[in-house]
Design a protein around this ligand. Structure first.
Ligand code: NAD
Length: 262
């Protein structure tokens, strides 16, 4: 039996990196997983791999910034499963500029839209499904950049700091309502995922426009002297999704190879 057997879990940004690892681990631990992503090429591949291995997962194409689509996704989950136990609000993007004066308003808003609007909409439309069954676990993907400043990634850092306190506020709302729903945030350090190849320009500490190599950065910046793996974040998410964490709400789980320690 799995650690999340019988639970239905929605994972946004499930087609790549951390989200993909979360989808895989929750399915391996016997959850029924709905993976969503804008990437409708990789998403179905991830789900096909899981199904082939005997796991229960489906893929739904979704842009987390569209409220219209959130209404449809929630209705689809209600129709198919009649319940939602776990929400992993994981989809996120980062845009780096060496100096904030070079950040366009459009790029500032793009990060807010995915990283904050997307998380807000996920909670707004998933909470009713959880309240119906009298419980659930909401896990929001923040970042180490949501705990401390990230020069070059200031806009990203602002969104992730917002996610951190949004999680705590919703945790208190849910606890106050006595509805059995727990809410926590996860704060990865430098994790080796495709996101680093997508960050458009030079990020903190990097000169010029060379692609950012997470392994190289992590060697210098983390006490454990290596980048983390997506699976190492997924195991933290599994803990928060499972009943092993039933007394844990409003907290932040830092998984960063020791970066934040000193
Ligand atoms: P990734 O790029 O590998 O995966 C992110 C996924 O989100 C992609 O599949 C992408 O298509 C999807 N996505 C982007 N915009 C979307 C939208 N509008 N709607 C739906 N899906 C969308 O990145 P990752 O490293 O796995 O990042 C996952 C989360 O972890 C993000 O929130 C990121 O900010 C956070 N994080 C990552 C690191 C790291 O070092 N990799 C560190 C801290 C926090």
């Amino acid at each position: 039996t799995g650690q999340v057997e019988g639970k239905v879990a929605l994972v946004t940004g499930g087609a790549s990196g951390i989200g993909e690892a979360v989808v895989e681990l929750l399915a391996k631990e016997s959850a029924t997983v709905i993976a969503t992503d804008v990437d409708d090429l990789r998403g179905p591949e991830v789900v096909a791999r899981i199904t082939k291995a005997g796991g229960k997962a489906i893929f739904l194409e979704q842009d987390v910034t569209s409220e219209e689509r959130w209404v449809e996704i929630a209705a689809e989950i209600a129709k198919r499963y009649g319940r939602l136990d776990v929400l992993v609000a994981n989809a996120g993007i980062g845009i780096a500029v060496p100096s904030i004066v070079d950040m366009t308003l459009a790029d500032w808003r793009k990060q807010n839209a995915v990283n904050l609007d997307g998380v807000f909409l996920s909670v707004k439309h998933c909470l009713p499904l959880m309240r119906k069954i009298g419980g659930g676990s909401i896990i929001m993907m923040s970042s180490l950049a949501g705990l401390r400043g990230a020069p070059g990634l200031s806009a990203y850092s602002a969104t992730k700091g917002g996610v951190r306190l949004f999680a705590k506020s919703i945790a208190m709302e849910c606890a106050g309502a006595g509805d059995g729903i727990r809410v926590n945030s996860v704060h990865p350090g430098i994790i080796d995922t495709p996101i680093w190849g997508k960050i458009p320009t030079s990020a903190a500490g990097n000169q010029g426009n060379a692609p950012i190599d997470p392994e190289e950065r992590a060697k210098l910046a983390t006490p454990l002297a290596r980048a983390g793996q997506a699976a190492e974040i997924a195991s933290g998410v599994l803990y928060l999704a499972s009943d092993a964490s039933r007394y844990v709400t409003g907290t932040e789980l830092v998984i960063d190879g020791g970066m934040n320690a000193g």
